[in-house]
Ligand binder design. Sequence first.
Ligand SMILES: [Zn+2]
Length: 100
Amino acid sequence: MARMTPWRAIAGVITGVATMFVMRWLAERLEARDTGNALIPLGFLAAVSMDCVIDGVVIGIGFAIGARQGVLVSAALALEMFFLGLSTANAMRSGGARPT
Ligand SMILES: [Zn+2]
């Protein structure tokens, strides 16, 4: 931040906010297509998939900064993935999906 011009930071924030709105719009479109009793909730799974991709990028950035930071970020996101997996499994089961 000290060496960058403020315009780069502002452009990054604007791009990030715009990306979040596009992702929200896409997830809402997919959720609107779900009939409520769908076996697979596509909108929810799309949001979970986007979160997994973003978490992977965050882990990569953590390891690019340093091994210690990467391990710390990985441990934190592993905990998040545990609860995300439980939530996803619960959403799938309440839609009628059963483990094979
Ligand atoms: Zn995440």
